[in-house]
Design a protein around this ligand. Structure first.
Ligand code: KG4
Ligand code: ZN
Length: 343
């Protein structure tokens, strides 16, 4: 009998609902909140209000696109954390109420595990090769930067993490310094394709072990641009593509240096990237080079599955459903990342 999971995601500024059958996506609807763009970042109170407005139409559209009646759903999976608490409360309350009224299982999902497990989703009619355990996964988003040894769907060891800003934040802050719109990652990515990554040299932090730091890079970028603007008020416009390419190159170098180190230290089969920043074309290229050099297969989600979406929540829910791991309506949302990502 088919297993249909409804996934609900509301951890930050995207309201999303998806229906999957097994690991195959039937629908994946995402309402991105435009309201934050004028503030240059996510405003938590506005995010939770927008989730409240979006959640019912988004779930309704996901069911319609999947051509599934709500009575056919096997279970509802929702993001329980980490994320903005007000935003999480909207999705979790909705999922709890709907599961309760339909009398079907409720499954809480960790957003970071879900980014990793997005690599196990199939698009309609396609069955892509899946990563083999244990694999090394670089999870890079707007809120997190983690280097994980993934032993199983629900056993993810954190080998390294950022001690300050996340990689996505580094992209977004660099974009802000260049007066580019939010979110800055995709804009920098586009501009960088026309620029010279070696035009400006920005030094990266060298932390011991496998941890990351991006706040020093952001500050040196800020001071560099500020000083050059004193000499030439048009410095940004005159060098935009080269600035984007050079800062992107520094962020990617910082990320891949630790991946290389982890590949040498840990016995992992495949190499995987996950999270919003894994959409970055430069990062994908650099990770492919590493995979080739170390004879590993690189797995990357399709671009639409890198940033926040409910299909990744649903697939995480599907694997829990198969293990019979359900939650109750008292599960409380959490804002900070866990120390080890286990079910
Ligand atoms: O995973 P995600 O959608 O949300 C979080 O869980 O944080 O990641 C959003 C982040 C933003 O910082 C955005 O700038 C970044 O992913 N991002 C990119 C690209 N696309 C999205 N960064 C670099 N290059 C991209 N192409
Ligand atoms: Zn995310």
């Amino acid at each position: 009998m088919s297993v249909y999971i409804l996934g609900v995601e509301s951890s930050c500024d995207d309201t999303s609902a998806a229906v999957i059958e097994g690991t195959e996506i039937l629908s994946n609807v995402i309402a991105s909140q435009k309201v934050h763009a004028e503030y240059g970042g996510v405003v938590p109170e506005l995010a939770s209000r927008a989730h409240q407005q979006n959640i019912i139409p988004v779930v309704d559209t996901a069911l319609k696109r999947a051509k599934i009646h709500k009575k056919q759903i096997s279970a509802i999976a929702y993001t329980n954390g980490p994320g903005l608490l007000g935003s999480l409360l909207v999705g979790s309350s909705f999922a709890k109420a709907m599961a309760y009224s339909l009398d079907i299982p409720l499954i809480e999902v960790d957003h970071l595990q879900a980014h990793v497990l997005a690599n196990f989703l199939d698009k309609s009619g396609e069955h892509k090769a899946k990563p083999e355990f244990p694999f090394l996964c670089l999870t890079v988003s707007g809120g997190h930067t983690l280097l994980l040894k993934v032993n199983d769907y629900f056993d993810m060891e954190i080998l390294g993490r950022t001690i300050d800003d996340a990689a996505g934040e580094a992209f977004d802050k660099a974009a802000k310094i260049l007066n580019l719109p939010y979110p800055g990652g995709p804009v920098i990515d586009r501009l960088a394709q026309q620029g010279d990554p070696r035009k400006f040299d920005f030094s990266i932090a060298h932390l011991p072990e496998l941890d990351y730091s991006f706040s020093g890079l952001k500050t040196s970028f800020l001071y560099f641009v500020r000083d050059r603007l004193k000499e030439n008020p048009d410095f940004i416009q005159d060098n935009l593509a080269d600035l984007a390419a050079s800062i992107q190159y520094a962020i990617i170098r910082s990320l891949t240096d630790k991946v290389k180190k982890a590949l040498q230290q840990y016995d992992c089969k495949d190499l995987v990237i996950a999270g919003g920043v894994s959409a970055n074309s430069g990062l994908r290229g650099a990770m492919q080079q590493l995979a080739d050099r170390y004879h590993r297969i690189l797995h990357v989600p399709t671009i639409d599955l890198t940033t926040d979406n409910a299909a990744m929540i649903a697939v995480c829910g599907y694997f829990k459903y198969m293990k019979g791991e359900f939650s109750n309506i008292h599960a409380a949302p959490y804002s900070a990342a866990k120390n080890r990502l286990q079910a």
